[in-house]
Design a protein around this ligand. Structure first.
Ligand code: PLP
Length: 335
């Protein structure tokens, strides 16, 4: 496990693992900045993350009537922001939720939260809820005003840097299946995490780090906060249905293709996954993580595989390389 280091107001970083491509920036916060270390945008105002509060009557809380996305900032660069906001707004439209702000304004608010927080490595969340009405507990959707919330806080890891270097173990959940697109549309990034949380506890009970979920037809889907990819005979395979179209997965597939690895979105059953040469997960909150054991069975050699390693290291290199994928945050340090 990576060593957690507290560095100041609300900021915790993981110690860089030896041989790792994952390195934090070295900087200090400006004294007297109330947003340093975490900034949120709630009901039209920027507030320190520690004071971020929303109404208990928001249908996003009561009915999970909400969609969201999480973008990441690494070395002061925000990654694929526009694609995150495009997916976010497309999901909102699928659930008939209208954003009160334009795409441009949403992107500007997310970047402003990062700038005020001064965080060079940040987890940047934007959520759109059905909102609340003038009457406490109002349930009539027509009487609700949708709300957009955003925040920038220190980078959160689904899998920490050490796990991304050394790999993790997983189970295939037996107690719970992933809700399918005919129940909760996984294409819309959502907080209906009942199945994912149950699977996470099952993994804990069975001594594994995380869980993969099958859908009702027995095909591999995703896990708590990540997509799943496998490598078999030099080809990269990943589930085509009942999963969120992850932006990190898209990046991993692009990297794979650039390395000459053939990629296919298809149905994958548990048996196929266990026979894979390599397995890895992808998520904004933690990049590319090798999975070296599933159901107690070593994957391939039981060691982190070469294709996973190449994709992981290239993914982190992209955070620094000037390209259309990154947008540098203006920290206005002299303001
Ligand atoms: C259920 C689920 N699948 C996949 C992902 C990965 O998506 P992305 O790479 O866009 O972060 C996430 C991220 O939070 C998730 O919650």
């Amino acid at each position: 496990m990576g060593q957690v280091v507290e560095t100041g107001i609300g900021q915790a970083i993981m110690e860089t693992v030896e041989g790792s491509a994952i390195r934090y920036s070295d900087y200090v916060f400006s004294p007297g900045n109330p947003w340093a270390g975490g900034c949120a945008w709630i009901e039209g105002e920027y507030v320190p993350a520690a004071n971020a509060r929303i109404s208990i009557f928001d249908a996003g809380f009561g009915h999970s009537d909400v969609t969201y996305t999480v973008a990441s900032v690494w070395h002061g660069n925000i990654f694929r922001l526009e694609e995150h906001v495009d997916r976010f707004l497309a999901g909102a439209s699928r659930m008939r939720l209208e954003a009160p702000l334009s795409k441009h304004d949403i992107m500007a608010i997310m970047k402003e939260c990062v700038s005020r927080s001064e965080l060079r490595e940040a987890y940047v969340n934007v959520s759109l809820t059905r909102g609340f009405g003038s009457k406490p507990g109002e349930k009539n959707n027509q009487a609700l005003t949708s709300q957009l919330y955003a925040y920038s806080i220190p980078y959160l890891w689904v899998f920490n840097p050490a796990e991304q270097i050394h790999g993790v173990s997983a189970i295939i959940a037996r107690e719970v299946r992933r809700a399918g697109a005919n129940c909760i549309d996984p294409w819309i990034k959502n907080y209906q995490w009942g199945d994912l949380v149950r699977a996470g506890y099952e993994a804990q009970d069975r001594g594994a780090r995380t869980a993969f979920l099958l859908d009702a037809d027995g095909f591999v889907t995703e896990g708590p906060g990540f997509n799943i990819c496998m490598v078999q005979a030099g080809r990269l395979l990943t589930p085509q249905r009942n999963v969120l179209p992850g932006i990190t997965r898209k990046t991993a597939l692009e990297i794979a293709r650039s390395l000459g690895v053939e990629v296919e979105l298809c149905d994958i059953c548990a048996r196929q996954l266990l026979a894979a040469d390599e397995v890895f997960t992808t998520t904004t909150a933690g990049g590319v993580t090798p999975v070296v054991m599933v159901e107690g069975v070593p994957i391939g050699t039981g060691k982190v595989g070469p294709i996973t390693t190449a994709i992981r290291d290239r993914y982190w290199a992209l955070m620094d390389e000037p390209s259309d994928l990154i947008d540098s945050i203006d920290y206005r340090l002299d303001a």
